[in-house]
Design a protein around this ligand. Structure first.
Ligand code: NAD
Length: 496
């Protein structure tokens, strides 16, 4: 198979690339078994490097170190934790080009997207450095004479963090930031496809002066399910925060029942994006492109079902296809002008192909793209638009997680709200309308955790991020993010 030329730029600071080691208790360690697994560049399929294939025994040690570190870390001053997070943020910004190079290398997203991710990821450390000194309790008027009542928020303890490959830096800083702000310590299982970004973050955490054992990164591929079981069942782990698929989320919730951990789950989406006849067409097309094709459709908040009202359907489809065709270029993420890189692996491409073939077989029409791009490499797929999509097609029923937009025609507001809400999941939703009353009605009616109105971009460190239904529970970022990592204790003083 032909491959595009693909030269990985050298890192300015080579010590950010950690091979064959994970980060435990402030040290760079190998798996006790000596085993490693390989990580491949999704653009060229070449080997990037190897990382430790850790087993339960390795992770047990990391948990022990995180437990020991918690004893002191929980008592550090909030302002000191704020300074550590701030230093870590500064170091991410100072090294943002290298971090972006690593992200593009192991994830495939173009450098500009990778740089945007580094800014977003570092933003969580900055945000929670500012939140750390503001974790206030309450002073509560008592119902009993002579009593006084206050609450304090205490760190829950050692937290297990599991994150996916699609945002190798941001998914994990969105969890570590609030955890450390609260005074918790963490054991983070790095994604098997993209561990090197996590390890570089470990190096920067150490340089930021975060004490040994407070942040630990463990790595595994084949032993991931066993490590998942351990993290769920270990009594010292008091909290599990997971971002990933709904199926794995359900498994982890079941496994965590024996220890009744505090849980937060950011799971899969199947976002509806609705274009009403009264929408501004250009705004709707720009919003649909931003929401559908960002990171080649591999974000959990990507539009997955695009409902367009019949009066504007043909016009929208034509303009959408024109803009996508003329505005974007697929190729190696390091190539100037490339806007879309490869998908993460061949399974992802196979799912995209299945959704396209299923749609065609059921009457859908491909008006743009529809093919792999073998000349670039085995993980590349064209940006694709299909019209005539119906609710019976796989593309409407499940998350595609790839660059395929299916356009579904609808007639009435009532009908489209009902269709949008049929999904089991409810993470993000979007709609485009210029009718003020409709804007309120639809925003309130959509069963999702986040809704974009006349915009396709909703992620902001300052805004609560999370879903309803099978998209999980808990909120990340924002002033609510820390709540996931604290326990409220009520203190009642009698006989005052
Ligand atoms: P995944 O669930 O397969 O994997 C996610 C993480 O869980 C990885 O680190 C993986 O190694 C780990 N994992 C897998 N099986 C495990 C087990 N048995 N025990 C412990 N850990 C296990 O998901 P994926 O396909 O890698 O990622 C894409 C999914 O993540 C999509 O469904 C997407 O919507 C979702 N996602 C959600 C959000 C959100 O904020 N809601 C953000 C990004 C991605």
């Amino acid at each position: 198979m032909a491959m595009s030329s693909h030269t990985v730029p050298p890192l300015k600071d080579k010590s950010l690339f950690k091979e064959n080691v994970a980060f435990v208790n402030g040290k760079w360690v190998k798996a006790k078994s000596g085993k490693t697994f390989e990580v491949h560049d999704p653009a060229s399929m070449k080997l990037i490097g190897t990382v430790p294939e850790m087993e339960q025994t390795d992770v047990n040690e990391a948990i022990d170190h995180a437990s020991a570190a918690f004893k002191d870390f929980r008592n550090t001053l909030a302002r000191d934790r704020a300074r550590m997070l701030r230093r870590w943020y500064d170091l991410m910004m100072e090294n943002k080009e290298d971090l972006a190079t690593l992200i593009t290398w192991e994830n495939g997203k173009p450098t500009a997207d990778a740089l945007a991710e580094v800014n977003y990821a570092a933003g969580f450390l900055e945000w929670f450095s500012e939140e750390a000194p503001r974790i206030y309790g309450d002073n509560i008027p008592p119902s009993v004479a002579g009593n006084r009542m206050v609450t304090v928020k205490q760190p829950v303890g050692v937290c297990a963090l599991i994150t996916p490959w699609n945002f190798p830096a941001a998914m994990v800083t969105r969890k570590i930031g609030p955890a450390l702000a609260a005074g918790c310590t963490v054991v983070a299982k790095a994604p098997g496809e993209t561990p090197f970004t996590s390890l570089a973050l470990g190096e920067l955490a150490q340089r930021a002066g975060i004490p040994p054992g407070v942040v630990n990164f463990v790595t595994a591929l084949d032993h991931t399910p066993a490590i998942g079981t351990l993290l769920c069942e270990h009594p010292s782990i008091k909290k599990l925060s997971f971002t990933g698929s709904t199926n794995v989320g359900k498994l982890l919730m079941k496994q965590s029942s024996s220890t009744l951990k505090k849980l937060s789950f950011e799971l899969g989406g199947n976002a509806p994006l609705i274009v009403f006849d009264d929408a501004d067409l250009d705004v709707a097309v720009a919003g649909a492109i931003a929401s559908k094709f960002r990171t080649s459709g591999q974000t959990c908040v990507c539009a997955n079902r695009i409902y367009v009202q019949s009066g504007i359907y043909d016009q929208f489809a034509q303009k959408f296809a024109e803009k996508v065709k003329s505005g974007f270029k697929t190729g190696s993420g390091y190539t100037e002008g490339v806007t879309h890189g490869p998908l993460i692996h061949s399974r992802a491409v196979a799912k995209v192909e299945h959704h396209i073939q299923d749609a065609i077989a059921k009457g859908g029409k491909v008006i743009l793209g529809g093919q792999r791009i073998p000349d670039l490499g085995e993980n590349y797929h064209q940006l694709t638009i299909i019209t005539g999509v119906t609710g019976e097609m796989a593309i409407a029923g499940e998350e595609t997680f790839g660059p395929v937009a299916g356009l579904i025609k609808f007639e009435t507001e009532e009908e489209v709200i009902k269709a949008a809400n049929t999904a089991d999941v409810g993470l993000a939703g979007y709609f485009f309308s210029n009718d003020a009353r409709r804007v309120w009605r639809v925003a309130e009616a959509l069963e999702v955790g986040m809704v974009g109105i006349n915009t396709g971009v909703i992620s902001d460190v300052a805004a609560p991020f999370g879903g309803v239904k099978w998209s999980g529970f808990g909120r990340e970022g924002s002033k609510y993010g820390v709540d996931e990592y604290v326990a409220i204790k009520t203190m009642t003083f009698g006989g005052v």
